[in-house]
Ligand binder design. Structure first.
Ligand SMILES: C[S@@+](CC[C@H](N)C(=O)[O-])C[C@H]1O[C@@H](n2cnc3c(N)ncnc32)[C@H](O)[C@@H]1O
Length: 245
């Protein structure tokens, strides 16, 4: 559990100051329990950034406020949360952040010309189940620009005690309080996520970002090759005898 420490973190939470007691509590609790300050450091500082499953938009707005060179889009399947995110972020000055939100159908990834510099997930993939998760990540790889970065923040499946606490909390959020939409509850280990990204052709690294937190937070980073057609280019140059390299 960590309090907001930087001016940007405090600025984000002031956006929800008029969101009612429940809205303020949710966004503040989310900040204290999720390693958003650590996660932001993994996201490219500039370019088109997509956050899938942005919820109320706490991390989305933090990404946009911490670097004006980021053009950030937050999407979610929950139209109500997107409306609340839009209402809160309407409080931003035009020169403070480049940010917008959109409701999307489950399983879809918005496309832009040239592809996204980065696509980010913060605690979303455990709600999808194995098959939908794999299909959505494959879509993400297609939607990334060459050299683009997939940033996946999830909770790991070890150590067992921390993982069990997370499972219990999420069970209450999804099945009892119903504050989170999702198909299922199925946590994947950082190793499983990393293997999935390797299979999709990305260069991968994974690390823990849970120091000082109750939950076993981890981040898995996957970089798309700059030119996926490089091998076939080389092969066709070999056959045509072109040696301009
Ligand atoms: C635990 S919340 C995390 C919200 C936000 N990323 C954060 O860190 O505060 C999970 C979010 O994922 C969204 N979600 C679930 N399945 C989704 C899907 N298939 N596509 C996009 N969003 C999804 C839910 O509506 C919910 O807002």
């Amino acid at each position: 559990m960590k309090p907001p420490r930087t001016p940007a973190a405090h600025r984000v939470l002031t956006l929800w100051a008029d969101a009612g007691r429940a809205g303020r509590f949710h966004t503040t609790a989310r900040w204290w329990s999720a390693p958003f300050a650590e996660l932001e450091l993994e996201v490219p500082l500039a370019g088109d950034i997509l956050e899938i499953g942005c919820g109320h938009g706490v991390f989305t707005s933090y990404l946009a406020i911490t670097s004006r060179a980021r053009r950030v889009v937050g999407v979610d399947i929950d139209a109500d949360k997107i409306q609340r995110a839009e209402r809160a972020c309407a409080g931003l000055e035009p020169d403070e952040a480049t940010l917008r939100f959109e409701t999307i159908p489950s399983g879809t990834v918005p496309r832009i010309d040239g592809g996204w510099r980065s696509i980010v997930f913060a605690d979303v993939l455990y709600l999808l189940g194995r098959e939908r998760r794999a299909a959505l990540l494959a879509e993400c790889v297609e939607a990334l620009a060459p050299g683009g970065l997939l940033v996946i923040k999830e909770v790991d499946t070890t150590p067992l005690l921390k993982a069990k606490l997370t499972y219990l909390q999420e069970l209450i959020s999804t099945k009892v309080l119903r504050i989170t939409d999702g198909h299922t509850l199925e946590f994947a280990s950082s190793e499983e996520l990393a293997a999935l990204l390797v299979d999709l052709g990305l260069s991968v690294m994974a690390k823990r970002i849970d120091h000082g937190y109750l939950h076993p937070h981890c981040v898995v980073l996957g970089t798309k090759p700059m030119r996926s057609d490089l091998r076939s280019d080389l092969r066709s140059e070999e056959t045509t005898g072109d040696s301009s390299f």
